[in-house]
Design a protein around this ligand. Structure first.
Ligand code: GLN
Length: 534
């Protein structure tokens, strides 16, 4: 059967949760055992988001295949429990750079290159390429931005053209505000959105309504009239207690059955086991039997999206441990002076996150020292592991100014240094040590082994600096356990404190955490923090 397409377009404004809606649709299709692939269009002219500041764009998500992609890919993977590929991310930058290099080669000789047809053809070709290579039942396409933006207009036009000779279902995510005082749900902005979409030659098959409270029947009737749809195609997307409830909430409204029929897949039966497993895990998020407080020390905490995967990995680990996670966000600069016991009071476990640049690193080191000296369970992620090593070198081994050369190029004790493979690299885009790498955990006594329960694992990476092997002997002799290495043993991937639960990883384990397959290091941290609390 030829691949079908679901295209999700947002109206009116960003921040409506298009990624979560797309992921919920992916989850539903997977409940029916459909083979699904998500594709994301991003209109920005960067090749990928690897060079963007997390403050600007939220977290940069990294896939196994080294691609640096939009954080929505994180949501897709967390809902779908499947590792995705970089060519599912189609950006304005990738398209323009391909068109221009083809033009220079002379592939268009004689032609003037235009958005339509050259750009739109290229988009359709990429989508059809994925369909013919991988033969999914359904490709679910999220169009970044909102209808009416200049940036995504050529993507929307390409989708209109795709629908001329393919089976495409259009979903319009819109916003239904309610005015506080009267509590009335207003449909006028959504109506304007329908008209804008119609101007692009597209009529939505479903309207998903983001609203703060349940969508009222009379609001649905009005929307159905203006969207020219049956009422059953107006779907409530009111705020749920957990993001992970949304697929179930859509299914309660019969959206799944209607969508399956539209896609010509009405004969497929839903997998009851998959649904009940999902419900169980969501149930433990909504009604956990205990709670624990985890402090996240980071340098981009003002924009929570910078740490989306860390936050979600904690939610997954909480569900696994039947515990609610109360997250305390701690901006690392606030730990640079003052009384740690006040700043970190009431915290059962500590995470120090990844990051770039010197700002806030001394505060992180102070937080790590406090965790080590007070036996607070600790997980250091990438930069967090590097600073864990620097802290140990300074305060246990007496190497006073030990640091990473990223923050102090002149340090006498460069316990963290540039990766040999990074020396001489000038280009910034896509050149870090990126993607999935295998790691050996030789000793069964290590925390790493106990957490992963195996001696060979794979995690994703994104860094330029690394443990300096010249310090292996000295730090080990002083009690820092180096417990994980690349297969050739050349790079240190894990460091641990001998006592208690304190572990740093050069990888980003949060990138592989899914609700149905939580990251072992997070599960371990939450478990240890619970027992430390109790
Ligand atoms: N800045 C550090 C490096 O490049 C850590 C990177 C990170 O935390 N992702 O190695």
């Amino acid at each position: 059967m030829p691949t079908k397409y679901v295209v999700i377009l947002g109206s009116l404004m960003s921040g409506l949760g298009k990624g979560v809606v797309t992921s919920s649709i992916l989850r539903i299709l997977d409940f029916y055992n459909c083979k699904v692939i998500p594709v994301k269009f991003d209109g920005y002219l960067n090749y990928d988001c690897g060079t963007m500041n997390p403050y600007r764009h939220g977290e940069v998500f990294v896939l196994d295949d080294k691609s640096e992609v939009d954080m929505d890919f994180g949501i897709y993977e967390r809902f779908l429990n499947k590792s995705l590929k970089g060519d599912y991310s189609i950006t304005g930058g990738k398209l323009f750079s391909q068109l221009l290099s083809k033009e220079r080669k002379g592939d268009y000789l004689g032609a003037d290159i235009q958005i339509i047809p050259h750009m739109t053809d290229e988009i359709i070709k990429r989508i059809e390429g994925i369909a013919s290579r991988e033969k999914p039942d359904v490709i679910v396409i999220e169009v970044g931005g909102t209808v009416g933006d200049i940036e995504n207009s050529y993507f929307i036009e390409a989708m209109r053209q795709l629908s001329l000779d393919h089976d495409v279902t259009f979903v319009n995510l819109t916003y239904i505000p309610s005015i506080d005082v009267v509590g009335e749900q207003k449909t006028k902005p959504a109506q304007i959105g329908f008209r804008l979409l119609l101007q692009s030659g597209i009529r939505a098959d479903y309207v998903i309504c983001r609203c703060s409270t349940k969508l009222l029947e009379k609001t649905k009737e009005k929307l159905a009239l203006f969207a020219h749809l049956e009422k059953s195609r107006i779907v409530d997307d009111s705020t749920q207690e957990s993001l992970y409830s949304l697929p179930l909430h859509f299914m309660d409204q019969g959206f799944d059955r209607e969508l399956m029929k539209d896609l010509g897949l009405g004969s497929l039966r839903i997998s009851k086991e998959k649904v009940s497993e999902w419900k169980e895990r969501v149930g433990r998020i909504l009604r956990p039997s205990r709670s624990v407080t985890i402090g996240i020390i980071g340098k981009y905490t003002e924009l929570r999206d910078s740490y989306a995967s860390v936050k979600e990995a904690l939610i997954h680990a909480g569900s696994e441990n039947d515990a609610r996670i109360d997250i305390r966000w701690i901006e690392s600069e606030t730990l640079e002076s003052g009384d740690m016991s006040k700043e970190l009071a009431g915290i059962d476990g500590i995470i120090v996150t990844g990051g770039f640049g010197k700002r806030g690193t001394e505060g992180m080191i102070n937080g790590i020292r406090y965790a080590r000296e007070h036996g607070i369970p600790f997980l250091g992620i990438c930069l967090g592991m590097q600073l864990m090593v620097a802290e140990y070198a300074r305060n246990v081994c007496g190497l006073k100014d030990a640091n990473s050369t990223e923050f102090d190029p002149g340090t006498k004790h460069n316990v963290i240094d540039i990766l040999p493979s990074q020396i001489g690299i000038k280009d910034k885009g896509g050149t870090m040590r990126l993607g999935a790498y295998d790691c050996v955990i030789p000793s069964k006594d290590s925390t790493a082994y106990k957490v992963y329960r195996k001696g060979m694992i794979s995690e994703r990476h994104r860094h330029r600096y690394e443990f300096n092997n010249r310090y292996r002997k000295l730090l080990s002799k002083n009690g820092l356990v180096l417990s994980g290495f690349t297969k050739d043993r050349k790079l240190v991937e894990f460091a641990e404190w001998k006592d208690g639960f304190g572990i740093g990883t050069q990888a980003h384990p949060e990138l592989k955490s899914r609700l149905q397959d939580p990251a072992p290091l997070f599960v371990g941290l939450v478990k240890e923090s619970l027992s430390a609390k109790e």
